[in-house]
Design a protein around this ligand. Structure first.
Ligand code: ATP
Ligand code: MG
Length: 495
């Protein structure tokens, strides 16, 4: 009997123009949490899709309990006890929680779907996992974080022996994350083998037994987590040491560029603040504090009930994102799949769509060469890993998709650039690239506003920090003079 429940050796996989995996090895012991780490595009998700029968592989050996599995399909993988929580949410928006959980293995009675039975079963599983959701709720009514919890419940409901979690925490609140870790501890104690993929390296210490590192489709090394350090792991991931994880630059604060006065929009109540040229302002707060709503209102994506937005001394009448963009206010949104990216279009088309006014002439004819030049600029500036500008966005790795969401606006001359969780799902080295972009904007005299749930990032990259709680701005702090504790105090202060 093999020590390993799963053994992969010499696995390769190519896509047109990309060798995603080159002779990689990976193994799993029962009852371990094995973190798989690597930069965006390293091949992590591809390998997980091979393990779960979604992709075939070009060469290599795949063994379960020491035995070859042969041709694998998603269904067969499930029968072998393999479950996967995908990096991108995969829910059917018009079905209920229970229907999504039992998709493809619906319960039926006398040939009819048994809604009742599925609801009861789903309720049992949700209760066991302490997820407070009614099985009859439509998925589209749920927040991204709740949807992610359903995805997790779905995978666990199959009684998996091998559970793959591809960035499960990217959209979860801190409380949900600690609940997830509790679940992971329980599963590990029950002998389940877990593959854990995350770019939030600080999470690893809570759960990880071993770590394997990939770089550019190649296997680099495997270590016992206790016998290595985060700095060593990062060096293996990027092939060099990253000395400054938060590069910040200082420059003279310029004139006031944006003023928001007593803004009311949905849950946002009486928000007032100012942004100056050459300033980076971070917006901190707990999940649900109204940060995304505030920036969406400024961008014209939420209706403004009352209040004023003043840009360069001029009061604006923003009714839609188009108005905002025309005035030089742009936003890189939080949810890339829903709003930030057309996944079926190419990189070029995504960049082009966001900048039609720049690439079309006065009678609306699109200049392909201008579009290509803009795209090339974005690919280079952001180091997007792709065989060409024509690659369909869906085929890029998660982090590289995120770079397009951020990058599509940067090729134009904006006055105020807003980012909502710009580094979600992005690897350590790419984070530094995004920070450099923010710094670059700052040095060019642009006002930068960014929402982030990552405390170190808000603390280190901002000049000033707005803290939100319950729809209100409760704190306006100078970053160099505040502390994490003080921010948290304002983030939980109801008034
Ligand atoms: N279906 C596909 N068609 C073409 N190329 C693909 C496809 N899936 C993945 N790739 C390419 O394979 C490489 C590895 O991608 P993969 O998604 O496995 O990376 P990853 O390590 O999961 O990255 P991330 O941390 O950004 O999620 C990337 O260059 C990606 O563009
Ligand atoms: Mg991935």
């Amino acid at each position: 009997m093999s020590e390993y429940i799963l053994t992969l050796e010499g696995i390769s996989k190519s896509f047109p123009g990309v060798k995603a995996l080159d002779q990689v090895s990976f193994n799993l012991k029962p009852g371990e949490v094995h973190a798989l780490l690597g930069e965006n595009g390293a091949g992590k998700s591809t390998l997980m899709k091979i393990i779960s029968g979604i992709y075939s592989y070009d060469e290599g050996t795949y063994l379960i309990n020491g035995e070859a599995v042969g041709e694998l399909t998603p269904k067969k993988a499930q029968e072998l006890g393999i479950a996967i929580i995908h990096q991108e949410l995969n829910m059917c928006q018009d079905l209920t929680v229970a229907e999504n959980m039992f998709l493809g293995r619906e319960k039926s009675r006398f040939g009819f779907l048994s809604q009742n039975e599925m609801n009861m079963e789903a309720e049992k599983i949700l209760k066991k996992l302490k997820i407070d959701l009614a099985p009859e709720t439509l998925i589209k009514k749920l927040s991204v974080s709740k949807q992610q919890m359903v995805e997790i419940a779905k995978a666990l409901s199959t009684n998996a022996r091998i559970l793959i979690m591809d960035e499960p925490t990217s959209a979860l609140t801190d409380r949900e994350i600690s609940e997830l870790f509790e679940m992971i501890h329980q599963l590990r104690a029950d002998g389940c083998a877990i593959v854990y993929i995350s770019h939030r390296l600080e999470e690893l210490e809570h759960i990880t037994d071993r770590v394997s590192i990939f770089r550019d489709g190649r296997y680099i090394t495997t270590k016992n987590f206790g016998e290595t350090t985060l700095d060593e792991i990062i060096a293996y991931m990027v092939g060099r040491e990253i000395t400054n994880k938060f590069p910040n630059v200082s420059c003279e604060k310029g004139e006031k560029i944006l003023e928001v006065k007593s803004l009311n929009s949905g849950m946002v109540k009486g928000a007032s603040f100012e942004l100056y040229k050459g300033e980076i302002v971070g917006i901190a707060g707990l999940m649900g504090a109204g940060r995304t709503e505030l920036v969406r209102a400024i961008f014209g994506a939420e209706a403004i009930e009352s209040g004023e937005i003043i840009l360069n001394g001029k009061s604006l009448n923003i009714k839609s994102p188009k108005d905002a963009i025309q005035n030089g206010i742009v936003l890189g949104p939080e949810d890339r799949k829903l709003e930030g990216l057309c996944t079926k279009l190419s990189i070029r088309e995504n960049i082009g769509l966001a900048n039609l006014d720049l690439i079309c002439n006065s009678v609306g004819v699109l200049s392909r060469s201008k579009e290509e030049a803009l795209t090339q600029k974005a690919i280079e500036n952001l180091k997007i890993k792709t065989p060409s500008a024509e690659q369909i966005a869906k085929n890029l790795s998660g982090g590289n998709q995120q770079k397009i969401v951020v990058g599509k606006w940067l090729v134009r001359n904006a006055e105020v650039v807003i980012f909502d969780e710009p580094t979600r799902g992005i690897d350590v080295a790419a984070k530094v690239e995004i920070y450099n972009i923010m710094n670059d904007l700052k040095l060019r005299g642009i006002g930068v506003l960014f929402v982030s749930s990552e405390m170190p990032e808000v603390m280190c990259m901002s000049d000033r920090i707005l803290v939100m709680c319950n729809g209100r701005i409760t704190g306006n702090l100078k970053a160099s003079e505040t502390s994490q504790d003080e921010i948290l105090k304002y983030a939980t202060k109801y008034n």
